[in-house]
Structures are given as C-alpha cells and as structure tokens.
Design a protein around this ligand. Structure first.
Ligand SMILES: [Zn+2]
Ligand SMILES: [Zn+2]
Length: 416
C-alpha cells in the first residue's frame, strides 16, 4: 500500500504580497518593567516549533509571528472542520484547509521576514533533526500520544517545552513549562496518573471542536472538552507570556512550573512540576554531532567515525530519519525474499516478485526502525545511497544508554 507521507516545506509569500512585504513587523517598542531597552529584540534570533496548530497552538504561532520571531516550525496532521469555527481563529472559507499550512501562511503574511515551515503530518513522522535548532517547543495537541512524543523529543534535544491546554467545562487553562535543562526535571508523561493512562490506551481525543461528535461521544472519545474560543485564546496568551518569560528571562523563573487559570474565579495558581522516577519516557539527553555533506554518500561506519571520533561500537543501533531497515519481504512465494536495505517509511515500493508476480511487502517482524550493527553486518560499511537512502537528514546513533543525533553540515542555525 502506498501513502503520501507529509513533507516539511518552507512557506513563501505569494508573489504580489512579496512586493509589499516589509520584513519583520516593527518590534513592540515598549519599555518592559525592569528590562533594558530592546528586551524583545532577541526574539528575531529564535526558532520555535509548534506541535498542534489548533485553537491554542495556531493562535500561539500567530502571536509569536506578530512579535517578529526568527522562525516557526508548524506541525499538525489535521484540517479545519465546520466544528472548528466556534473555537479556532478562522473564517468559514478556511474549512478543509490543513491547519499547519493555513497557520503558516498567516504567520508569513504577518511577518514576512520570519522563516516559516509547515509539516502537515504527525509529529512522529517529522525528522527529529528538524527540531534540533529550535529554541523551544510549544505543544497544544489533542492526543496524549502526541504529548508523549513531543515530550520525548524535547527531553532528548534538551529543549524547553511549553504545553498549553484547556479544560472546557471548568473554564480552566493549564500552561506547563518543562525546562528540560539538567535532565532532572519532569516530562509530560511524568505527570500521568491512572486516568491518563486509561485514555492513552483508548487513543482518546481531547478536542476543542464542538459539533455532532461532541454531542454524542463515541466510546473511544474522551469526555467532551469542547471549549469556548475565549478560553482557548486565554490559554494561547498565557502560553506566549510563559514562553517570553522563560526565553527572555522576564520576572521570576517559570521553568518546571504549571500555571493554572480558572475562568469561574479568575484565579491563577502556580505549582511545581516534579519528575516521576518511574516515568517510562527516556530522560537521557542526546549528544549532537555533525558530519560533512552529503550524508547519504557515507557509510554508517564512516559517519560514526567522523561524528564521534571512534568506530561504531558492536552494540550500536541506528535510526535513519524517515526510513526502516527491511531484512525480508513477503510475496506469494513460500520463502521470504531477502531485501537488506533501507526503505523510506510509507513508500515501501519493493516491486513485484519475478517468480510469483505478487507485490513484495516488508515483513513486519523483519523490519526495523532502529537497526543494530549485528543485523547490518557488512552493510555498515556501504554508502547509505547504495542501501536505498536517497537523502539522509539525520542518523540517530544509540550505544548503551547514550545517544547521538548525527546531522549533515553545514547546519544553518536559523533554519527551521
Ligand atoms: Zn518523564
Ligand atoms: Zn514471489
């Protein structure tokens, strides 16, 4: 089966708008209490990734663009529905459009000098290296599995993670800021109790969108959290303020805290976020190393040698972004056919079997996201290009408890 995997694409202004484009919007020319002049100028050097571009994340992205942020990376696999209208900042003609792409275009229009890239797919399918240059990660998804994935990636890459969410019926906003600085802090999964684990197992959605689905929840849906636009925009605004406070060092530190606002009382409460030692997420941080281009022209052995200065240890495991290692494929024949190369995930085109004529498909138990040096054997010394990798964005190397993200050079620090 062939699917069309989402692609990360930088957004450009339409030609006519390019002529009118005037760079960044003027920075808010205001004297912030206790700050030197130009306290907000630092935003032009920052890149922020936003996972989930709905009623909260979409607003956060636009607010950041209005302040002239350096770059935005917008991730959301979904499109607007008619039910999005009450809570999202959209017009009826936006229904049907990809959330990530529509928000990206709006951000670009607001701030032409901001580099804006959109990924209209699930965060799980986004190359980890695409997030490696971010100054911070914002998430406002409606699935616990996405929270866990964004939390895991932020831990690995030591990125501050801002999680903004609402609980509709109680008009409550929660903004959690995971500092991810020293490895001792909490991640989203550290805070999960039995209720979350239950909902996780059922893949429940916490949608802000109303409509018929919310009126009659199906068994796999969480209790409806369809919300008010006002509480979603409150969450976005509080989220942006926490981002500014953390990244620009305004006021008291906010790392590893949760800010709660309740619309019934207008009260805010700040509480610490604590690490759960039993958390199943991997709290180690990845090292990062660069090798010269083109990465696909190198063998894994060469890439490891150049990146780490030592040969790949025997327990090494490799993940090539967007690829699986396929050991065997099945067809109509009795015996599986050896493949032994990398296949781009979602584009498994192994061709027809010359004997039985059936399409070959990768066999699940012989397909690896992370492939060990032992399975690779001699292939560890062959250029990646000859192993089916046309364009390698990054290699995740794991040895023992440690991990290294290997990326091709030159890395443009402001590139989303
Ligand atoms: Zn954790
Ligand atoms: Zn066959």
């Amino acid at each position: 089966m062939k699917t069309n995997p989402a692609r990360l694409e930088e957004v450009a202004l339409p030609r006519r708008a390019q002529q009118r484009a005037s760079g960044h919007p003027p920075p808010p020319a205001m004297a912030l209490l206790g700050c030197a002049a130009g306290a907000l100028d630092g935003l032009r050097a920052l890149l922020i990734a936003v996972i989930g571009c709905g009623s909260i994340g979409g607003r956060i992205a636009v607010l950041l663009a209005r302040m002239g942020l350096g770059g935005l990376l917008l991730v959301d696999p979904k499109s607007y529905k008619p039910a999005s209208l009450p809570t999202h900042e959209i017009d009826p003609e936006d229904v049907g459009k990809s959330k990530a792409q529509a928000v990206a275009r709006r951000c670009k229009a607001v701030s032409p000098a901001t580099r804006v890239a959109a990924f209209p797919g699930p965060v799980e399918a986004l190359d980890l290296a695409a997030m490696a240059d971010a100054s911070a990660v914002v998430m406002a998804p409606d699935l616990l599995s996405v929270e866990i994935e964004a939390g895991q990636r932020s831990l690995w890459l030591s990125k501050p993670l801002i999680h903004a969410s609402v609980h509709g019926p109680t008009l409550t906003v929660q903004v959690r800021l995971f500092g991810n600085a020293g490895g001792a802090g909490a991640c989203p999964r550290c805070l999960y109790g039995r209720a979350e684990l239950d909902l996780l197992a059922r893949q429940a959605r916490f949608s802000c969108e109303g409509g018929p689905a919310a009126a009659a929840p199906r068994p796999h849906e969480a209790p409806a959290t369809n919300s008010l636009g006002a509480i979603c925009s409150m969450a976005a605004s509080l989220g942006v303020l926490q981002i500014l406070r953390h990244l620009l060092g305004l006021g008291e530190p906010v790392a590893d805290t949760m800010l709660e606002y309740c619309g019934f009382t207008h009260r805010t409460v700040i509480s610490p976020l604590e690490r759960n030692p039993k958390c199943p997420s991997d709290h180690t941080r990845l090292g990062q190393a660069a090798v010269s281009e083109p990465l696909a022209g190198r063998s894994l052995a060469e890439a490891v040698q150049q990146a780490t200065g030592v040969p790949a240890p025997p327990d090494a495991q490799f993940e090539i972004a967007g690829h699986d290692w396929v050991e065997f494929a099945g067809c109509g024949c009795e015996r599986p056919a050896p493949v032994r190369r990398f296949i781009a995930r979602g584009r498994a085109d192994l061709g027809q079997c010359p004997r039985c004529g059936a399409m070959r498909v990768p066999l699940q138990f012989h397909t690896y996201r992370a492939v060990s040096a032992a399975i690779l054997g001699a292939a560890i010394g062959r250029p990646l290009r000859r192993l089916g990798v046309r364009r390698a964005v990054s290699i995740l190397l794991r040895t023992g408890d440690a991990g290294t993200l290997i990326r091709p050079q030159p890395a443009n620090p402001s590139s989303p």
